[in-house]
Ligand binder design. Structure first.
Ligand SMILES: Cc1ncc(C[n+]2csc(CCOP(=O)(O)OP(=O)(O)O)c2C)c(N)n1
Length: 262
């Protein structure tokens, strides 16, 4: 548990609601960083605005808590100014894919050497539960009171199409797998994108029939399918249930990257 050294105890208590999954994702990320044996003075955390973007404030390292949607732009600046630094971005689905959508796709296209961890709670948590670009069809939010009528972004497919070197998706249920995925992302030069589906009992769960925190975490267990299994079903011409979210490592490649330490 030596990665506890990475926490700023003086910042506690934290702002997260009871049952929020963000702490799980931060823990997995710090556990992976600990395995890289990175020093605190050579690691920088960058975030935008949102509950998820509060994460760097709890970590005992240099950090930039920037403007909404701009985390990847600021992180790009940090990395290019000093490629010796390890730069990790914490972001939310709204921060990354709504106001920050363009920075996201161009960060992937540039394949800039960052690791981006997105806590996807499928809603704007901090501002009280408005629909985001990843709110699933039919789901309730304060701006979709009759159910979301739009098709959500698949953030991982977006990252793959735009050119990111490493892409994987897990959830707050898949703790060990998520830790390994972040580790693989940290080890891969270029843009690494790790999406972590996370429960938000306050803004998402209570509107969407997840009465208890465990209900949503259990949904992540029962409504996710490993990429290898999905590929096997498709090969055999078997149907893949439409409400199954694909999890696992979705891309790992070695395309030319920007900002990699010479
Ligand atoms: C330019 C600007 N527009 C809007 C806001 C209000 N705002 C703050 S956080 C947020 C959404 C956060 O959602 P997400 O990124 O999904 O993070 P979460 O809180 O769910 O972790 C919005 C719209 C802002 N701070 N700045």
């Amino acid at each position: 548990m030596s990665f506890e050294d990475w926490y700023r105890q003086d910042r506690l208590p934290h702002i997260y609601c009871a049952g929020c999954g963000n702490g799980t994702i931060i823990n997995c990320t710090l556990a992976a960083i600990e395995q890289m044996a990175w020093k605190r003075e050579e690691t920088v955390f960058v975030s935008g605005i949102g509950c998820s973007s509060r994460a760097p404030g709890y970590i005992a390292a240099d950090s930039l808590h920037t403007t909404h949607g701009r985390a990847i732009a600021f992180a790009t600046g940090v990395k290019l100014a000093n490629p010796e630094l390890h730069v990790v971005v914490f972001t939310g689905d709204g921060d990354l894919a709504a106001i920050g959508g363009n920075h996201f796709i161009h960060g992937c296209r540039r394949n800039i050497d960052l690791t981006v961890v997105c806590m996807n709670n499928q809603i704007y948590g901090m501002t009280g539960g408005q629909g985001s670009p990843t709110t699933p069809r039919g789901c309730m939010s304060s701006t979709t009171p009759y159910g979301c009528a739009e098709t959500p972004f698949d953030l991982c497919e977006l990252a793959i199409a735009a050119g990111a070197n490493y892409v994987s998706r897990w959830t707050s249920y898949h703790v060990k797998e998520l830790e390994k995925a972040v580790l693989a992302g940290l080890q891969t030069p270029g843009f690494s994108f790790i999406e972590a589906l996370v429960q938000c009992p306050t803004a998402f769960g209570r509107r969407n029939k997840f009465k208890q925190v465990i209900d949503q975490v259990d949904y992540f267990r029962t409504h996710t399918m490993l990429k290898a299994k999905r590929d096997r079903l498709l090969e055999q011409g078997e149907p893949v249930p439409p409400d199954m979210v694909t999890i696992g490592e979705l891309a790992r490649r070695n395309s030319p990257a920007l900002g990699v330490k010479p």
